[in-house]
Design a protein around this ligand. Structure first.
Ligand SMILES: C[S@@+](CC[C@H](N)C(=O)[O-])C[C@H]1O[C@@H](n2cnc3c(N)ncnc32)[C@H](O)[C@@H]1O
Length: 214
């Protein structure tokens, strides 16, 4: 997929966002910032999203694919997991990782503001630690497109660093840039047509979530 193709889904996003190209460095940074405990974060996210067998799940701005691969274990052989990232390098590493683990996850190069999927295709759309990489207009465009690809009643879960949250330990050292205001995500989700919107902090209170239904 050519992410600069203006014909893609009929709309051109205002700007793409902060795309990461060093996939190995990203995994190493996450490992150092979480002291190798990122699997606890993934478990908390997937529990919160209530991922169930047979579901169609999309991870937006999936990075090197760890969350999507963990989601595949939960949806099982009858479910399908997709991951999209604007970085070809991230997608290549995610694809290699999934193959190594024998996990069938469909990774593709694409942007969060123009998801390369038809309407009403997904049961769940996730995005973790990525909204702070998008410009403000891009966050709204992404939420609207998440709503478009969800079936009625499907769930959206956005998780990101919360503006103003205290940061301690290695995370404070490794992640000094970018955060979101959960209230802004909530109001944008409501404007996009989401309902039953809830939000709050994750256990490690540096990150928060917004969960809603299409
Ligand atoms: C901090 S990483 C988060 C990766 C992963 N979701 C995680 O939780 O580890 C942010 C990701 O957003 C991607 N990204 C930035 N702008 C994007 C956009 N407009 N569309 C899709 N991906 C984007 C980057 O390439 C990067 O992989």
């Amino acid at each position: 997929m050519n992410v600069s193709d203006p014909e893609l889904h009929g709309r051109r996003p205002t700007t793409i966002g902060a795309v990461l190209h060093s996939a190995v460095a990203y995994d190493l940074t996450v490992w150092l910032a979480t002291l190798g405990r990122d699997s606890a974060f993934r478990k908390e996210v997937l529990d919160l999203a209530r991922v169930a067998p047979g579901e169609s799940v999309l991870d937006v701005a999936c990075g090197t694919g760890n969350l999507a691969i963990a989601a595949k274990e939960r949806v099982g052989p009858t479910g399908t997991v997709y991951g999209v990232d604007a970085s070809a390098e991230m997608i290549a590493r995610a694809t290699r990782k999934a193959a190594r683990k024998g996990a069938t996850v469909v990774f593709s190069h694409g942007i969060a503001q123009q998801l390369p999927f038809p309407d009403a295709r997904m049961d769940l759309v996730l995005s973790t630690r990525a909204f702070h990489h998008l410009p403000t207009t891009g966050r709204a465009e992404c939420i609207r497109d998440m709503h478009r690809v969800l079936r009625t009643g499907g769930r959206m879960l956005v998780v990101d660093f919360i503006k103003g949250a205290p940061r301690h330990g290695p995370l404070a050292h490794f992640h000094r840039h970018g955060s979101v205001r959960l209230e802004d995500v909530v109001s944008t989700a409501a404007e996009a047509g989401f309902r039953d919107i809830e939000s709050g902090p994750l256990r490690a209170r540096t990150c928060g979530y917004v969960l809603a239904r299409a």
